[in-house]
Design a protein around this ligand. Sequence first.
Ligand SMILES: Cc1cc2nc3c(=O)[nH]c(=O)nc-3n(C[C@H](O)[C@H](O)[C@H](O)COP(=O)(O)OP(=O)(O)OC[C@H]3O[C@@H](n4cnc5c(N)ncnc54)[C@H](O)[C@@H]3O)c2cc1C
Length: 118
Amino acid sequence: MVNPLTGGGIHYAMKAGKTAAHVLSNALAEDRLDAEYLALYQKLWQADFGYEIKPLILAQKVFTSPFTNVLFEIGNRDLKIQQVVSDALSEASGTSIDVKLLAARSLAVILKSAFRLP
Ligand SMILES: Cc1cc2nc3c(=O)[nH]c(=O)nc-3n(C[C@H](O)[C@H](O)[C@H](O)COP(=O)(O)OP(=O)(O)OC[C@H]3O[C@@H](n4cnc5c(N)ncnc54)[C@H](O)[C@@H]3O)c2cc1C
C-alpha cells in the first residue's frame, strides 16, 4: 500500500491490514481459504479508498511527464493550483487530489496568458 504521489502509505496499510485481518478471520471461521473468497479483501479495500488512489496515480504520471516544467510554470501563476498540490503532497486533507480542478485551473491560466488577461 502506498500513495503514488507522496510515497507515504502507512495509513493505507493500516486500513488495509484491518480489512485483511477481518476477511482472513471470517475465511478461517468458514473454512474458505480459496482464492474466490479471499478476493473479498481486494474488493473491500478498493471500495474503501481505491477511489482516492486512482487520481493520485494519474497525478503522479502527469507530474513526472515531459511537461513537468511547463506545469510548474502554470502552477506558479495560480494560488489555487499551489494549494491543491500542496495539500495532496502533505496529505493534509487525508484525501485524494482533484485532477479535474487542476486541469480546469491550468486551462484558465493558459487562456489568460494567451489573451493577456489580468
Ligand atoms: C524509506 C521509506 C520511507 C517511508 N516513509 C514513510 C513515511 O514517513 N510515512 C508513510 O506513511 N509511509 C512511508 N513509507 C511507505 C510505507 O512504508 C508503506 O506505504 C507501508 O509500509 C506499506 O505497508 P504494507 O503493509 O502495504 O507493505 P509492507 O510494509 O511492504 O509489508 C509487506 C510485507 O510483506 C512481506 N512479504 C512480501 N512478499 C511476501 C511473501 N510472498 N510471503 C510473505 N511475506 C511477504 C514483506 O517482507 C513485508 O514485510 C516509506 C517507505 C520507505 C521505503
